[in-house]
Write a protein that binds this ligand. Structure first.
Ligand SMILES: Cc1cc2nc3c(=O)[nH]c(=O)nc-3n(C[C@H](O)[C@H](O)[C@H](O)COP(=O)(O)O)c2cc1C
Length: 279
């Protein structure tokens, strides 16, 4: 174990908080290893939902989300995390933490306290618009993680039943779906310069940062990758919003929750004991 390292009880609390990270279809495709070198994150490929590249991408994005949740929880517990991504040069390990004992960081405490409150909210949102300063803040936070963020134009998407989103980049014609309405919120897209595993892990981290920031600002949110499985729509979105210079990885719908809307119950999570090997 490194000289300074959180005790087992603190680590368990941190990993328990991190387990509330969002993941595609709540698959929670990650595994933690605590050994004499510290804390490490691996993907659990057995929990991948299918065999397509999009399913692989969902695993990496979800692992990025839990990595960021864990980093936030560690910082709030007084352990400043330095993350080494792909520390074995791509042989399989996604990340290892180097930890330095320090005072809890206020920004991390705020994000950590948002973790238990965050939900994927697929409902209608309130009608008020997002303040430009809020969008600017989210954009800056994504950029700090090396991820680009932009707003998907209102006439390019529509919210269907159960919070599903359809991107409308088909040929112009009579059968185009109507543009999204005021209660649909804003659709943000996170994109990366490269389209590789490293970028997807980063995009997952940025997704977590965006969702927790939104929750801390009392905004409802929902991450989505299902609409990006349509390769043509994904490419058209990249051209429309990023001039073809970045690869869309995740969509996030954000907006004010409807006043008085009932709280959503938390989804089930695997216990820390099932996702962690202690050696
Ligand atoms: C990478 C990723 C992709 C996701 N894609 C979708 C999606 O396409 N549609 C959707 O409704 N939810 C999507 N979600 C949200 C998950 O379904 C949700 O995180 C999971 O069910 C756990 O629920 P919670 O976020 O409320 O804790 C996605 C989440 C992640 C991290």
């Amino acid at each position: 174990m490194p000289n300074a390292f959180p005790d087992a009880a603190t680590l368990r609390t941190v990993l328990d908080l991190a387990s509330w990270a969002p993941s595609a279809q709540n698959a929670q495709p990650w595994h933690w290893l605590v050994d004499s070198d510290g804390l490490h994150l691996d993907a659990d490929w057995d929990r991948r939902l299918g065999d397509t590249p999009a399913d692989r991408s969902d695993v990496l994005l979800s692992c990025g989300a839990v990595l960021h949740h864990c980093a936030v929880a560690l910082a709030a517990a007084g352990w400043h995390p330095r993350i080494r991504r792909f520390p074995d040069g791509g042989a399989g390990r996604l990340a290892s933490f180097e930890l330095i004992e320090s005072s809890p960081v206020a920004a991390s405490v705020e994000l950590a306290s948002a973790i238990p409150r965050r939900r994927s909210d697929r409902r209608e949102y309130g009608e008020s618009a997002l303040a430009p300063a809020t969008l600017e803040l989210l954009l800056i936070r994504a950029a700090r993680l090396g991820v680009q963020m932009s707003v998907v134009p209102k006439d390019r998407w529509v919210r269907l039943g159960e919070g599903r989103i359809e991107l409308s980049y088909g040929p112009v014609g009579d059968d185009q779906p109507p543009p999204s309405g005021p209660g649909d919120g804003v659709l943000l897209v996170l994109a990366t310069e490269a389209d590789d595993d490293r970028s997807r892990l980063r995009a997952g981290e940025a997704t977590s940062d965006l969702l927790l920031s939104a929750t801390a600002l009392d905004l409802a949110s929902c991450p989505l990758t299902e609409p990006l499985r349509d390769a043509r729509a994904r490419l058209a979105l990249a051209c429309d919003v990023f001039d073809g210079e970045a690869h869309p990885q995740v969509l996030v719908r954000v907006g004010p929750a409807i006043v008085g809307a009932p709280e959503l119950p938390p989804g089930p999570r695997r216990p820390v004991a099932a996702t962690t090997t202690w050696t």
